[in-house]
Write a protein that binds this ligand. Structure first.
Ligand SMILES: C[S@@+](CC[C@H](N)C(=O)[O-])C[C@H]1O[C@@H](n2cnc3c(N)ncnc32)[C@H](O)[C@@H]1O
Length: 192
């Protein structure tokens, strides 16, 4: 989907939950606050939640309409919002404590390139959290894009995982009102 497609979706109605994904909240909620980037932040449900926990958060997305929704939502004034294509954007300062990438689906090579660059933005010990629809969701789950070429899997994220000390790399299930969805989770820390 292009920027204009996402702008149209966000202009029509709010797209995502007001609060964070439950797994993201469980994995990050107890970390000491630091500097974070939320890539493809959309309406900023994770960026605003992290900022509320004391994190200094930059939320990046190419949809200005999506970010406007986030800016106007509760807690939106605590986030630094950046309209940019994540494929070309780089943070002004590195040594980040966290890069979060939730439900961003790009062709596999773009995903690996982006996440490899994102690992380079982390301080030693800084975390990368990637969560998105698993390719198995096409046949055995609900929701998400219907294009296998842009979905995640453990194998597809393995080249990025090899750059990290990995805490979690696995397929996870998520209960939704429509049924069970299958996601891929990668959580790791930059090595010293
Ligand atoms: C499914 S939404 C997820 C939003 C958010 N991460 C969340 O979990 O609520 C995907 C987001 O990716 C953004 N996006 C897709 N490709 C992008 C790109 N190349 N650069 C920046 N944002 C992009 C879209 O605008 C959209 O907001």
């Amino acid at each position: 989907m292009q920027t204009s497609d996402w702008d149209a979706r966000y202009a029509e109605k709010a797209q995502w939950s007001a609060g964070p994904n439950a797994l993201v909240a469980a994995l990050l909620g107890d970390l000491p606050p630091g500097r974070a980037v939320d890539l493809a932040a959309g309406e900023g449900r994770h960026a605003r939640w992290l900022a509320g926990l004391g994190w200094e958060v930059t939320a990046v997305d190419f949809s200005a309409v999506g970010l406007d929704r986030g800016r106007a939502a509760p807690g939106g004034d605590a986030v630094h919002w950046v309209v940019a294509d994540v494929l070309t954007w780089t943070p002004p300062a590195a040594d980040l404590d966290l890069v979060l990438v939730a439900y961003l689906h790009l062709p596999e090579a773009d995903t690996v390139d982006l996440l490899t660059r994102a690992v380079g933005w982390l301080r030693p010990g800084g975390r990368l959290l990637v969560l998105g629809h698993d390719v198995a969701n096409l046949d055995a789950g609900v929701g998400g894009p219907r294009d296998a070429a842009i979905l995640h899997s453990v194998d597809r994220l393995a080249p990025v995982a090899r750059l990290l000390a990995v805490d979690r790399l696995e397929q996870v299930s998520r209960e939704t009102p429509a049924g069970t969805a299958l996601d891929t989770l990668l959580l790791g820390r930059r090595r010293d």
